[in-house]
Design a protein around this ligand. Structure first.
Ligand code: NAI
Length: 297
């Protein structure tokens, strides 16, 4: 199937991500239904969409009137029969394997045989989720990035049983809605972007734990230096511009010194165990009070 032939999409889970994804599809003319387990969850989704739409209006991505029409066009339901007549289901429910498998067991039975299936899992194995899917060849990962009504990146992940046409379809669809998709050819843990992100986090934690620098200094390095560079270029481009010879010599002496920790550092674990989750609890590596962030270490 080509994305142009796709008519209707059901998004499973009207939470932070599902709500955000729904409007990305609706903006490009797809008929979108959000499915969730309770009316309360759907109401929450509606509110999130209204907030996200304010961002779009402020950024000039959509006019007030069109934004109103987009919100009106979305359907919300707790009725599973929505899955019977759609061309694509994108699941974005709670990140637990058994819950996702149970969702897919039921949905893949209900949906038509040509329906394409995608999961927005952050990092669960696509192959493992697919064990519950009737027709795993039409199932793949489609991993969006928060806030997904703004961030262009979408990873399309091939599970062991995913048919290449399924991954191609999702890739083309992402392009069709103005995203910048990348292909992840193996169902590797963390896919692609989270592997890069966590590699940076691991070294950042190592730097602070070994006294090389503070969290503020690590953040400043990213904000005022590396982040600006990496906003425009990827690591291979940066290497090409800097010179492979230089990067080769640096990697010779630096790679052996970088962290290869296999477990979360105490710095992260201690906070986690104390319930300090960052902005959501007003305390993490910084303390958040009265709209200001102060160093917590
Ligand atoms: P959320 O907690 O905001 O939303 C999850 C929604 O799923 C809730 O509305 C909940 O009622 C609903 N739900 C739970 N079980 C369900 C079921 N059996 N059937 C239908 N709906 C059900 O979570 P969020 O952040 O939107 O995450 C959803 C998925 O997206 C997870 O797999 C997560 O790992 C992934 N993801 C999250 C990102 C993030 O930054 N929050 C980024 C990329 C992916």
């Amino acid at each position: 199937m080509k994305p142009e032939a796709l008519q209707s999409i059901v998004i499973g889970g009207a939470g932070l991500m599902g709500a955000s994804m729904a409007q990305a599809f609706a903006h490009f003319g797809f008929s979108v239904t959000l499915y969730d387990i309770s009316e309360a969850a759907l109401e929450k989704g509606k509110k999130l969409i209204a907030l996200n739409q304010k961002d779009w209006v402020e950024l000039g991505l959509i006019g007030e009137e069109a934004s109103g029409q987009l919100q009106e066009s979305l359907r919300f339901t707790t009725d599973r029969s929505a899955f019977r007549n759609c061309g694509l289901v994108v699941e974005s429910i709670v990140e637990r394997l058994e819950v996702k498998q149970s969702f897919w067991r039921e949905v893949s039975e209900l949906a038509g045989k040509d329906c394409v299936f995608a999961t927005n899992t952050s990092g669960l194995s696509i192959t493992a989720i697919a064990e519950a899917v009737k027709g795993p060849e039409r199932f793949a990962g489609m991993h969006w990035f928060n806030p997904s009504h703004i961030v262009p990146l979408v990873e399309v992940i091939q599970g062991e049983k995913t048919a290449p046409e399924t991954a191609d379809f999702l890739y083309d669809l992402a392009l069709r809605i103005g995203k910048k998709p990348v292909r992840v050819n193996k169902d590797a843990k963390g896919f692609l972007a989270n592997r890069l992100q966590l590699a940076v986090l691991r070294e950042a934690l190592h730097i602070v734990e070994s006294g090389i620098g503070s969290p503020e200094d690590v953040d400043a390095c990213m904000k005022y230096g590396l982040g600006l560079r990496y906003a425009g270029f990827g690591p291979f481009e940066v290497c090409d511009f800097g010179g492979l010879d230089t990067f080769y010599h640096i990697s010779e002496y630096l790679f052996p010194d970088l962290s290869d920790a296999k477990e979360p550092f105490g710095l992260l674990q201690d906070r986690f165990e104390r319930g300090e989750y960052g902005v959501k609890t007003q305390r993490g590596f910084y303390v958040y009070e009265d709209g200001k962030a102060e160093a917590a270490i």
